[in-house]
Each structure stands twice: as C-alpha cells, then as structure tokens.
Design a protein around this ligand. Structure first.
Ligand SMILES: Cc1cc2nc3c(=O)[nH]c(=O)nc-3n(C[C@H](O)[C@H](O)[C@H](O)COP(=O)(O)OP(=O)(O)OC[C@H]3O[C@@H](n4cnc5c(N)ncnc54)[C@H](O)[C@@H]3O)c2cc1C
Length: 144
C-alpha cells in the first residue's frame, strides 16, 4: 500500500490508442519504495490503482519499465519535491543558506532544490549557480 505524497500522478504522452503509454511520476518515500519492486509488481500497483479509480478492471499493462534514479550512482535520485501540506517555499530559501565553519570559511549551496521558483528544473539549477557566483563575486567586489 502506498501512502501520502504525490502518488500517482499520471499522464499519457502518446495518443495512438494501439500503443498507449502511461507514465507515472512517483515522489517522496513512495519513489524509494517503488524502486525496490520488480517492474511487474510496480505495474500491478498501477493496474489496481486504475481499476480502483475507474470502478471497472482496466486492461493490464503489456510491459512495465521502472526508472531507478536513486540506484543510479551518477544520479543518486531525480529531483527534489515539496511535500503537500508540509513544505513551503521558505524551505527552498533555507537550503540556500551558506554554512560557516569555525575558520570562517563558507560552504555555499546551489542546485535545483535551492531554487525558490524553479525547483526540479535544469534552469533552476543553472540560475541557482549563477545566484551563488554573483553573490561571491559581489562580496569580492567583482562584476559578472
Ligand atoms: C527523468 C527526468 C526528467 C527530467 N526532465 C526535465 C525537463 O524536461 N526539464 C527540466 O528543466 N528538468 C528536468 N528534470 C530535472 C533536472 O534534471 C534537475 O532538476 C537538474 O538536473 C538538477 O540539477 P542539480 O545540479 O541541482 O542536481 P543533479 O543534476 O541531481 O546533481 C546532483 C549531483 O550530486 C550527486 N550526489 C548526490 N548525492 C551525493 C553524495 N552523497 N555525495 C556526492 N555526490 C552526490 C549526484 O550523483 C549528482 O551528480 C528531469 C529530471 C529527471 C530525473
């Protein structure tokens, strides 16, 4: 049984009825859980969910593929998400705050998760890098 978070959000990017592909975005703890399942077990959850939604048994998927970004050593996950009812944009700002060590050195943070308005996107990650670089140069008296 999967609970909380954004499970499941679905879309259908291909409209050819003979080759319909249903994609589901799974976030939060559900994503970590789904990654531990076989493709067919994950497909079973989707099938039961759709059947529950429609009130009649939907056709079973012919094939299922689960991406496992958290298990990919070059990714270690996909992107951050806000937990409905708990998270706030203030959390994104909190992630931006640098950490000062006892020698006065600053550790700064960029990445999509620190972006107030463009989290979970490539441009959010890029802009956050520029934000930090601008701030460093500003403090050094430099210009961009
Ligand atoms: C399937 C998919 C589709 C997407 N489609 C789009 C799209 O269409 N448009 C769009 O704008 N965005 C899209 N995104 C989101 C976008 O890819 C990310 O928001 C963006 O890559 C975030 O960049 P980042 O530099 O903040 O983090 P990342 O690119 O995630 O980089 C983080 C790095 O930190 C490393 N890391 C993690 N943990 C550790 C650790 N403990 N120690 C050392 N290193 C670690 C990771 O290996 C990774 O290299 C998509 C993402 C996915 C997964």
């Amino acid at each position: 049984m999967l609970r909380t978070c954004h499970w499941p959000f679905t879309s259908n990017p291909i409209t050819n009825p003979s080759q319909a592909i249903l994609s589901c975005f799974v976030s939060c703890a559900n994503a970590a859980h789904i990654e531990t399942l076989s493709n067919s077990a994950a497909g079973g959850i989707i099938h039961r969910t759709l059947t529950s939604w429609f009130g009649v048994e939907t056709p079973a998927p012919k094939a299922v593929h689960v991406t496992r970004w958290a298990q990919d050593e070059l990714s270690r996950g996909s992107y951050s998400h806000m937990v409905t009812g708990i998270s706030d944009v203030a959390h994104r700002e909190e992630f931006q705050k640098p950490v000062l060590n006892r020698f006065g050195g600053l550790l700064r943070f960029a990445g999509e998760h620190t972006s107030r308005s463009h989290f979970a996107t490539v441009h959010g990650a890029l802009l956050s890098g520029w934000r930090e670089a601008d701030d460093i140069l500003g403090k050094m008296g430099g210009e961009m």
